[in-house]
Design a protein around this ligand. Structure first.
Ligand SMILES: NC(=O)C1=CN([C@@H]2O[C@H](COP(=O)(O)OP(=O)(O)OC[C@H]3O[C@@H](n4cnc5c(N)ncnc54)[C@H](O)[C@@H]3O)[C@@H](O)[C@H]2O)C=CC1
Ligand SMILES: O=C(O)[C@@H]1CCC=N1
Length: 261
């Protein structure tokens, strides 16, 4: 099984890095393409096949991942169209806000379109910890289980209707940034409370790790975990109420929803 990744930026690069840490693909069966050689060096050093030629990248690939900015997708499709095998190759599109209808229109050749699967991961994919939303085009389910296996090898997957993809992108793709912002804010609190910046950040990350492990182990109800920490009349409830007075829950909801405006 071979995969081509067109675009070695933040997302394509993170995907390649995650796949190279796994064992689903041999390193040489992962081809990374980008017009700038300097973006390819680190993948070459890890044994991946690299090229500045998109057409060469898709030769023999079973899965072709498009990981360029949305406005570049049509250029890439136009360039690759004649080199694609519509019966055997699957197009996996990572560009947010490029629809299946739009892709099908751009890819259409003699009345045919290849299998298309929309895949919206987050950059946690570099550490094999992505939350990836998958949405196949109609009549594109032949290889869906293989696409699912690829993304399950670098995190978790959730198959959704295309109409839910942007909401999934908000929660997961953008969500990584919102969670990082929480880490930054909590670390700044740690500094004000007397810790060195690095120590504060490490303490916040380890605390977050504890919260994640508790959620994973105990069925995943955050309110139940909060109750275990919150002594009546104690410290935690004073902090929680202060956070709410400052608009914490509302700010978080507005943030996740705001990216869709
Ligand atoms: N960064 C993220 O967290 C996420 C990004 N995405 C999607 O991934 C796509 C890429 O985003 P980023 O990686 O953040 O952008 P980026 O700008 O970091 O990467 C894009 C890469 O494509 C390369 N490129 C430009 N023209 C090309 C061409 N004709 N052929 C091949 N490569 C070309 C650029 O040199 C660059 O390395 C976007 O469509 C975005 O919506 C989706 C989910 C999360
Ligand atoms: O900010 C963006 O537009 C992309 C989509 C999800 C993460 N990055």
């Amino acid at each position: 099984m071979k995969i081509a990744i067109i675009g070695a930026g933040e997302m394509g690069g993170a995907f390649a890095a995650g796949l190279l840490k796994g064992d689903l693909f041999k390193a040489e069966d992962i081809t990374v393409a980008n017009p700038h050689e300097n973006k390819l060096q680190r993948f070459k050093q890890l044994g991946a096949s690299v090229t500045t030629d998109n057409k060469a990248a898709v030769t023999d690939a079973d899965f072709i991942t498009i990981a360029v900015k949305p406005k570049v997708v049509k250029t890439v499709v136009d360039e690759l169209k004649d080199s694609l095998d519509y019966d055997g190759q699957v197009i996996v599109n990572m560009a947010a806000s490029v629809s299946i209808v739009q892709l099908s229109e751009w890819l259409e050749k003699d009345g045919k379109v290849p299998e298309i699967v929309q895949a919206l991961p987050n950059i946690g994919i570099a550490e094999k910890a992505s939350m990836t939303f998958l949405s196949p085009a109609p009549q594109s389910s032949r290889h869906l289980s293989q696409v699912e296996a690829i993304f399950n090898s670098v995190g978790k997957t959730h198959i959704v209707e295309e109409s839910l993809l942007s909401s999934g992108t908000a929660l997961s793709g953008c969500g990584i940034a919102y969670i990082m912002r929480f880490v930054r804010a909590a670390s700044e609190a740690g500094v004000e409370l007397g810790f060195e910046a690095d120590d504060a950040k490490n303490i916040v990350v380890q605390t977050m790790q504890g919260a994640i492990n508790l959620l994973n182990a105990n069925g995943g109800n955050p309110e139940a975990e909060i109750d275990k920490v919150t002594t009546p009349g104690g410290m935690t409830i004073r902090g929680l109420n202060a956070m709410e007075q400052a608009g914490f829950t509302n700010a978080v909801i507005q943030g996740f929803k705001g990216c869709l405006n």
